[in-house]
Design a protein around this ligand. Structure first.
Ligand SMILES: *[C@@H]1O[C@H](CO)[C@@H](O)[C@H](O)[C@H]1NC(C)=O
Length: 283
């Protein structure tokens, strides 16, 4: 085949095109440079947020986990606990010196896998992480995993099982040393998970990620009123520091009512603070 010769530049209606105006050229040259250069001492700071259409995967996952802690707490429903399946898309607005706002879409699955096999829910969320500060601000909406009516029935069933629990104060740890949770104690574990979601949401930052490893003791389990009054200690694992943090949680739950939670976590102590004596905070 003969190489094709490119056609000659077509002349415009009034002869050859004029050269690009020098101003446009200058702007083109200046743009990439301006974006990369850090603001010098005398220059004004960049005013608005910067849009990142491909934020790091870790940031999106962190935002999804925070949104789920918040969602689980707000739903107040131990039969509808969700965990993250996968992040589908997301973008971030970076506010210099303030924090970042993540907009994302992710899928979830039922925490109790036997119940929710193959059932994926889809959520969209906006999560605002303030620099270094915990308790991100969150808006989240999800498609329903199970019908509202069915969920209410399941919650009520769990509630009745909880009311019939015998000697829950003897529980030493859940899961036990073999990683097992007795089926009769499962509702109690789910309720402990629900209360922990609130604590984990409040403690989450852009960089600190907590998950529940163990229910380590039950201080009180009262079911003589309508409500379930549950005072317990959990161990939370912080992923980036690998710290294990004991948190004492007191919750009051009744199906269909907002969950009430109070807690106190043992703070990580620096050597200086560790030498002082400090009274434990009353719950
Ligand atoms: C959540 O929604 C409210 C009302 O639309 C809005 O004012 C707030 O900024 C949103 N928060 C986040 C983190 O996007």
């Amino acid at each position: 085949m003969l190489p094709r010769r490119p056609p000659p530049p077509a002349p415009g209606p009034r002869g050859p095109r004029p050269a690009a105006p020098p101003l446009a050229l200058l702007l083109l040259l200046a743009l990439p440079h301006a974006a990369a250069a850090p603001a010098g001492p005398g220059e004004p700071k960049a005013p608005g947020p910067r849009l990142d259409t491909r934020p790091p995967r870790g940031l999106l996952q962190q935002a999804a986990r925070a949104a789920l802690h918040f969602l689980n707490f707000r739903a107040g429903s131990p039969s509808a606990l969700r965990v993250l399946a996968a992040v589908q898309e997301g973008r971030a607005l970076i506010y210099p010196n303030k924090g970042c706002k993540v907009d994302l879409v992710f899928t979830t699955e039922h925490y109790n896998l036997e119940e929710g096999k193959g059932h994926l829910g889809k959520c969209s969320a906006q999560v605002f992480f303030k620099n270094q500060k915990p308790r991100p601000a969150i808006n989240v909406t999800c498609t329903r995993l199970i019908e509202k009516k069915k969920r209410q029935q399941e919650d009520y069933l769990l509630y009745k099982q909880m009311k019939q629990l015998k000697n829950p104060l003897d529980v030493v740890s859940l899961p036990d040393s073999h990683g097992h949770i007795d089926p009769s104690l499962r509702p109690m574990w789910d309720l402990a998970f629900l209360g922990s979601s609130y604590v984990m949401w409040e403690k989450t930052t852009q960089f600190l990620y907590y998950y529940l490893v163990q229910l380590s003791s039950v201080k009180q389990w009262k079911t003589d009123d309508d409500t379930i009054d549950f005072d317990y200690t959990v161990l939370l694992h912080e992923f980036s520091t690998q710290e294990i943090i004991p948190c004492r949680i007191h919750l009051v739950w009744y199906p269909g009512k907002p969950l009430k939670v109070k807690y106190h976590c043992q703070e990580l102590q620096t050597p200086d603070e560790a030498s002082g004596t400090e009274a434990p905070t009353e719950l």
